[in-house]
Design a protein around this ligand. Sequence first.
Ligand SMILES: Nc1ncnc2c1ncn2[C@@H]1O[C@H](COP(=O)(O)OP(=O)(O)OP(=O)(O)O)[C@@H](O)[C@H]1O
Ligand SMILES: [Mg+2]
Length: 276
Amino acid sequence: MTEPTQTDQPAIEFEDLTLILGGRTILDGLNLSIPQGQVTALMGPSGAGKTTLLKLITGQLKPDKGRVVVNGVVVNELNSKALNQFRKNVGVLLQNGALFTDLTVFDNIALPLREHTDLDESLIRRVVLLKLHTVGLRGAAKLYPRELSGGMNRRIAMARAMALDPGLMLYDEPFAGLDPISMGISLRLIRQVNEALGMTSIVVTHDVHEVTKLAHLACIIANGHLIASASPHDLAESEEPLVRQFMQGLPDGPVAFHYPAKSLSDDLLGQGEQHA
Ligand SMILES: Nc1ncnc2c1ncn2[C@@H]1O[C@H](COP(=O)(O)OP(=O)(O)OP(=O)(O)O)[C@@H](O)[C@H]1O
Ligand SMILES: [Mg+2]
């Protein structure tokens, strides 16, 4: 029998998080708690800071204020050695996460195992084939990334992210550009892998409709804050204007379409800026 891994302690806590990038306040005292062992969807308009939040979890970025606590560990206080150790337990599927084009599918997945474990090649082979089997692509082991479709590429990248059996998986827009069937497959995979391996998963997605099928909890961030955190069903029913704008995809509402800039006329007429 395995020990139950579920605890009441949240998997991740963002505490009063402020982050300034390029002189702009991206996160402004954000508080968010992400439960253990579930799939949490992270939503919000483009530029809201979703990818940034994932980078704060992996310690790639450090907050200007506040704390990022993952399973009781304050990530923003880890030194680089401790951070490397910590990252072995985090699987990341990046927004533009590419496979290494000069390696086969097999070697792409074997790479983290060869880098971070002492497993011998016969064990590595077994782990790689098992991971490939999980994403339904064991038959593609010998192919190169250029021989795969976009959806297959994504599933291989997922297998690679899971190679070290992480307790935490982060997916940045795993459905972007996928056809409905591939999207359905990816969706089911994320949920199945989460349940089978008892991990915590965070999925950044714009796909409001898919979130209902995927996530136990859905969070919306906008304007540097957490706007809502509830079950996808409750979010869909919400009367809160920002939540409604987002869930219904309304172009006008509390969230601005434009990235902050000086006025268009000033820009076009070149006022306030001296060109040589
Ligand atoms: N290294 C950086 N330097 C300066 N600004 C940055 C940097 N990285 C991100 N930003 C800014 O931070 C904001 C949040 O970026 P982020 O990539 O987290 O957005 P996002 O919510 O993931 O958007 P999308 O849905 O388009 O992927 C953006 O306004 C972006 O311009
Ligand atoms: Mg992003």
